[in-house]
Design a protein around this ligand. Structure first.
Ligand code: GLY
Length: 375
């Protein structure tokens, strides 16, 4: 991993849908200068949520206004339940009331929930307007703001309604991460670890060495970690934009994680990134049980999650969980299901993952029985 400059650019090359992810410090203050070249008229419609707006909306307004760009804003409630039909309707109707036209830019200013919801609103508004992602959480900076997956949740499951709609620009301001709570930061770190585990053993080793500094607030380490994860994601998305193959690797830990989130009500009991971290370890445990990797791989994953003070097993989830069959039924809701067969991201080693449907139900059932018994 090389040192970061003040701002690092990661290009996402997708033909006429190409864009740049800028990672660095001071990007909110420069937001107007960054976005102005995309604008036909000097105004943007910003959608955010209460917590982020309270902390950073005035800094964004000042950053836009420094380049003569004005903004109107819609502030939604925070939390996963905002990714709903009703908030999508509120957002689209508000954008129409703001007279947002095809040539205008919508700004998604928040974490993964706002990025997904606002990206989807932009995808369907007037059959598609451009949008800029300004991700304010670690999870959104390394994952959800890049790659064009947008959408909302259904009562039937997470992210089941949506569209691929690439942003025109992503501004990942590392300084904004300073205001995250330690719990939210560590949850986002679950997605960071995922990148090392799915495809880059050296990155995982770097995280083992630098993770504690990152969590303590080292901005240089944070910028290097975000830049590297975004580069890895860009490479995968360039190969497989609409998830016909390799992009599914980005879902390492997510089949378990989504089932656990559904079981805990998508709320404070288990944050998305916490479910991903627990899910990654379960995926490595499952891989070891199937003889795909040695026992030392899951042991090393568990040791890193423990060293970071992260949730790592079902025992770390407060309250009741469904039994093994209930969890398997929730896993079967996953978008990766093909012809009714669940597909898993498993690993031959740290940094060497692959997609497979070849998981005998009995092995999965044993794994979950043991994980539940340890609670
Ligand atoms: N978060 C997984 C993906 O973007 O494909």
């Amino acid at each position: 991993m090389t040192e970061s400059s003040a701002i690092d650019d990661v290009a996402v090359s997708l033909g006429d849908r190409s864009y740049v992810v800028r990672v660095g410090r001071g990007l909110l203050a420069r937001a107007g200068a960054e976005i102005a070249p995309l604008l036909r008229r000097p105004r943007v419609a910003v959608v955010s949520e209460t917590t982020v707006a309270g902390l950073h909306l005035e800094a964004l307004r000042a950053g836009l206004s420094a380049a003569g760009v004005t903004m109107e804003s819609l502030i939604l409630p925070p939390g996963e339940s905002t990714k709903s039909w009703s908030h999508l309707q509120t957002t689209v109707e508000w954008l129409l009331a703001q007279k947002v036209e095809r040539g205008d830019i919508v700004v998604a200013f928040g974490g993964g929930v706002i990025g997904d919801l606002v990206g989807f609103a932009a995808a369907i508004l007037r059959r598609g307007v451009r949008f800029v992602q300004i991700p304010t959480s670690l999870l959104a900076q390394v994952d959800s703001s890049v790659g064009g997956k947008t959408g909302i949740n259904s009562a039937q499951g997470k992210n089941l309604i949506g569209a691929f709609h690439q942003p025109s620009l992503v501004l990942a301001d590392i300084e904004v991460l300073d205001t995250m709570t330690p719990r939210d930061f560590l949850a986002g770190y679950g997605e960071v670890v995922k990148y090392g585990l799915l495809g880059d053993a050296d990155y995982f080793a770097w995280l083992e060495a630098n993770g504690p500094a990152l969590a303590r607030g080292d901005r240089g380490a944070r910028q290097a970690a975000v830049r590297h994860a975004v580069r890895m994601k860009a490479d995968i998305v360039e190969r497989d934009e609409t998830e016909q193959g390799d992009r599914a690797l980005l879902n390492l830990g997510h089949t378990f994680g989504h089932a656990l989130e559904a079981a805990t009500g998508y709320g404070d009991r288990l944050l998305h990134g916490e479910g991903v971290a627990i899910g990654c370890l379960l995926a490595f445990d499952l891989s070891a049980r199937l003889g795909l990797c040695g026992q030392e791989a899951p042991a090393r994953v568990a040791a890193h999650l423990q060293a970071m003070g992260m949730k790592r097993s079902l025992a770390d989830i407060p309250g009741d969980l469904p039994g093994r069959d209930g969890l398997i039924a929730l896993m079967a809701q996953d978008k990766k299901v093909v012809d009714g067969a669940m597909r898993f991201i498993l690993a031959r080693d740290i940094g060497d993952s692959f997609v497979t449907a070849a998981v005998p139900r009995a092995v999965l059932a044993d794994l979950l029985d043991q994980a539940l018994a340890a609670r």
